[in-house]
Design a protein around this ligand. Structure first.
Ligand SMILES: [Zn+2]
Ligand SMILES: [Zn+2]
Length: 276
């Protein structure tokens, strides 16, 4: 199993406070059968980007995704983001071999924590960076479906793919993203009674486009709902996805792991097989 999206290194939001710190999290994940975790560094502080990269560098079985979350898009200079030291630091981090995708980036019109025009500009900048580096995108989108699809169409035209992380959008959005070649990463929400379109989406998506994630420390799946989420709990999400698809959890683990390797590339393959 792979948790394709976990915040293990947040420095800006009252700390994450995992029991036993990162070593504790990684040990419990291993005990639960996880083989790899992708750690996100995107909180609008260069220290967090660097911390995520460090966790990946220092731990076997961890990779990173670096970028600037749409919530924090306003932290970049509006006039010339390219000249902003924060952006330059993100570009540098994303070039590292341990970083397997660019993001999380996208549009969040639910919280609107940054002006929409700035979110869009920063999103498009991430697309250009992903294209430049030949790496996939990790997309965050909430209540901005049509606008997100516009940017993803542009990305796809330039050969840039990726994953919609913590997918919780409509069946319509799922179909658009799948048509454009993107993967959907299914969060713990799929275990909730009120999971919206998510069970339907899990049922109709091609099985080779599904990933699972925790989005730790947020959104713990049932029976941990309300607690601090952590990668070990991805098992519950995976079991629910397997139940919906009518296959065994073991088979689902194999398929989603293969999918992650296909999407995120050689680093995962090397680490999972031990080959160079
Ligand atoms: Zn997100
Ligand atoms: Zn996230």
């Amino acid at each position: 199993m792979i948790d394709t999206h976990a915040h293990l290194a947040m420095v800006d939001r009252d700390g994450v406070g995992y029991a036993g710190g990162v070593p504790g999290v990684l040990q419990r994940a291993r005990d639960a059968g996880l083989r790899h975790i992708i750690c996100i560094g995107a909180g609008g502080e260069l220290a967090e980007v660097q911390a995520a990269l460090d966790v990946a560098k220092q731990n076997q079985g961890v990779s990173a995704i670096c970028g600037l979350h749409p919530h924090d898009a306003a932290r970049l200079l509006a006039q010339d983001p390219q000249a902003d030291p924060l952006w330059q630091g993100i570009v540098q981090a994303c070039s590292a071999a341990e970083v397997v995708a660019v993001g999380e980036t996208g549009l969040d019109y639910h919280y609107d924590l940054s002006p929409r025009s700035q979110q869009r500009l920063v999103f498009e900048r991430h697309v250009a960076l992903a294209r430049e580096l030949g790496k996939p995108l990790c997309i965050h989108t909430r209540e901005a479906e049509a606008e997100t699809v516009e940017v993803l169409e542009m990305a796809a035209q330039h050969g840039v793919g990726g994953v919609i992380h913590c997918f919780s959008g409509s069946a319509w959005l799922a179909r658009q993203c799948l048509d454009l070649g993107f993967y959907l990463s299914i969060p713990g929400i799929v275990t909730f009674k009120n999971a919206g379109d998510l069970p339907e989406v899990v049922a109709f998506a091609p099985v080779d486009r599904l990933l699972v994630e925790t989005d730790s420390p947020f959104l713990a799946p049932i029976p941990y709902r309300g607690k601090r989420n952590e990668p070990a709990y991805v098992v519950k999400t995976l079991e629910q996805v397997a139940r919906i698809r009518g296959i065994s959890p073991v088979e689902m683990a194999l398929v989603t792991t293969e999918n992650a390797v296909r999407l995120f590339g050689p680093r995962l393959r090397t680490q999972l097989t031990g080959e160079d």
